[in-house]
Design a binder for this molecule. Structure first.
Ligand SMILES: [Zn+2]
Length: 611
């Protein structure tokens, strides 16, 4: 009995600890019911939306905002003008929007909008709908919005649209009027200029009526597989005849913050059993040149899912779909749209990256417009680790490419802080390296600072505490602090909010009377702890660890086979640090961070005794 009491108590303590970490946290909720009728000849569709919005904030809301993303695909839109004025436009966009004819543009045109049955006044401003409410929404209250709209699917230019370069008919991403997120920072009604999203958690119920020849893949569980068929039915199950040549597909998606679908009349649809009973769906064109790769992709996707389950946390839905569509690779709720005419390694690589986004940004739903490095960077980190294992790449450092990218940017004179809004980088390239490469290095380098075991535990605890929420950079670093016992505010601040760089040097090594004096120098502004590897002339090895004083902790020896000597702390303001080696051995070589996980921008001054 005592033992039982003990375990119940332990359970209570764990539960309390978890809830305390998110104490005071709130998020809005939105439940969508939508019906869509698609005309596959004109690519126009009619939509109705019943939206129940619950205000869990402490604030009274007198207006709301919706995203109307399709309006970006019109000549003169912000997306169009930005693409024509940025130094390095995306090849897929360039000036293509400016050349769209009226039958090729995208739009969402409101027919009506009501709140609890009363008509509302609103204004469409580019890709944002501004709505004044008749009745302010009080804290804790729900209200119902009803909308009717007409829309046209644009020619595929960026992510969404009709007739992709690989011939996929409909890539329906960012396609419906979507309630903007309101959080502790207020409204996030970002115009759709180039990239990144932030959505409200909720339940979706979507009915799509479309020509019976088309197969749909996307977010949500199909509710009427026996009626529709198209690979969703049980083996041998007879399907029903379409009405007027159309089927109505009924999807339900619980607790997601987006809804995406794609449709084509030539899709092959395979279902592969993944780990934990997750059904992996694959939708790809009936093209003999890609079929074999898409078959071989299926077991690899299952292995990738198992890797992420193990290293981050269990995928919580029962379905994930890999869909040929879009114009590269983009992550969505319970699915991804990727281009499919790729070499096998690239096909697995893009699937690894987009599937990893199911954790980093989807379940751990950071505001990716503001914290793009937590989205793309964390995803790049974990998918590169996964590819190394699943594709047996045998790369000693799967993050080496990200370090090279970051080093290039940091020394280019063109780096902007990672806290820059995703749309506000001076070039697409600067955004890409900052978000993907520097973001991946953030994690890999954190492993250097707190130790790999602590990094691994941090990722798991971050998932268990923050899944289905909107974590911020501070929420992540607080988890790392609690797991490791380190103070890490300096790491978060310098790395993500400044362009300060790391540059430590071995400035002198001198020997006198069997005693070696070593002097190190901090040249860069960013502080770091130092692992100094030494090999003596007799072949023996030693690592001197110099803790960073402001971290108020020291890591465990990462090299159990090597003598690990912890020296006194280095306080950041002191530009130099000196210590003596008194074991009588002669130093042959000496290297700062032999593992090269500290992103020192000038590795040339990091060693002694090496050619
Ligand atoms: Zn990505």
């Amino acid at each position: 009995m005592k033992k039982l009491f003990g375990s119940v108590l332990a359970l209570l303590i764990v539960t309390t600890a978890v809830s305390q970490n998110t104490l005071g946290y709130w998020q809005q909720k939105v439940d969508y019911k939508m019906t869509i009728d698609m005309d596959v000849e004109t690519y126009q569709y009619k939509g109705t939306q019943n939206l129940v919005y619950t205000n869990n904030s402490p604030d009274t809301l007198d207006r709301v905002f919706y995203h109307l993303y399709f309006n970006a695909f019109q000549p003169g839109s912000e997306m169009d003008v930005r693409s024509r004025t940025i130094a390095d436009p995306d090849d897929r966009v360039k000036d293509r929007i400016s050349k769209l004819s009226p039958s090729e543009i995208g739009y969402i045109k409101l027919i009506s909008l009501t709140q609890d049955g009363m008509a509302l006044t609103y204004e469409v401003v580019g890709t944002v709908l501004e709505v004044q409410l008749n009745k302010p929404i009080q804290p804790g209250q729900s209200t119902t919005f009803e909308m009717v709209w007409d829309a046209q699917v644009p020619l595929q230019i960026r992510r969404s649209g009709r007739n992709s370069s690989e011939g996929v008919a409909l890539s329906m991403t960012q396609w419906y009027p979507k309630m903007a997120e309101y959080d502790f920072e207020g409204w996030h009604a970002d115009p759709y200029i180039a990239r990144e999203f932030h959505g409200v958690w909720g339940d979706f119920d979507v009915k799509i009526t479309i020509d019976a020849d088309y197969t749909i893949g996307g977010t949500g569980y199909l509710q009427n597989p026996a009626e529709i068929g198209h690979g969703y039915q049980l083996p041998g199950q007879k399907t029903m005849k379409p009405k007027n040549g159309k089927y109505t597909w009924h999807f339900v998606a619980p607790n997601v913050h987006d809804f995406t679908w794609a449709a084509d009349d030539e899709y092959i649809h395979d279902v592969y059993k993944g780990p934990n009973g997750v059904d992996l769906h694959f939708f790809y064109k009936n093209n003999p040149e890609i079929k074999e790769n898409w078959k071989n992709l299926q077991p690899k996707t299952a292995e990738l899912l198992a890797f992420f389950n193990e290293h981050i946390g269990p995928y919580p839905y029962k379905q994930y779909s890999v869909i040929q569509g879009g114009d590269g690779g983009m992550e969505y709720a319970m699915c991804t749209l990727i281009t499919g005419e790729r070499k096998f390694e690239s096909l697995v690589g893009v699937t690894a990256h987009e599937l990893a986004h199911s954790w980093f940004q989807f379940l751990l739903a950071t505001n990716e417009a503001k914290h793009e490095w937590m989205d793309e960077g964390f995803t790049s980190y974990i998918s590169d680790e996964a590819m190394n294992v699943v594709m047996d790449q045998k790369n000693p450092n799967p993050q080496a490419g990200s370090y090279r990218g970051y080093g290039f940017l940091a020394t280019s004179g063109k780096e902007q802080p990672q806290s820059t809004h995703a749309d506000r980088y001076h070039s697409n390239r600067a955004y890409g390296i900052s978000a993907y490469s520097k973001g991946a290095v953030f994690l890999a380098q954190l492993g250097y600072v707190i130790g790999e075991a602590h990094l691994k535990e941090t990722l798991k605890r971050y998932y268990s505490e923050w899944k289905f929420k909107h974590p911020t950079p501070n929420d992540f670093i607080r988890v790392a602090e609690k797991v490791s016992g380190f103070e890490l505010d300096w790491y978060l601040t310098d790395w993500t909010q400044t362009t300060n760089t790391i540059d430590y040097a071995i400035s002198s090594v001198s020997e006198e009377n069997g005693k070696t004096t070593v002097q190190l120098e901090r040249i860069g502004l960013m502080p770091m702890p130092i692992d100094l590897y030494v090999r003596y002339e007799d072949g023996s090895e030693q690592v001197f660890h110099i803790p960073l004083q402001m971290a108020r902790a020291e890591k465990d020896n990462p090299f159990p086979q090597i003598n690990w000597t912890v020296l006194p702390d280095w306080a950041w303001a002191y530009p130099t640090y000196q210590f003596e080696i008194t074991n009588g051995k002669k130093v042959q070589i000496m290297v700062i961070d032999a593992t090269q996980r500290m992103a020192d921008i000038n590795p040339k001054n990091n060693s002694f005794g090496m050619e």
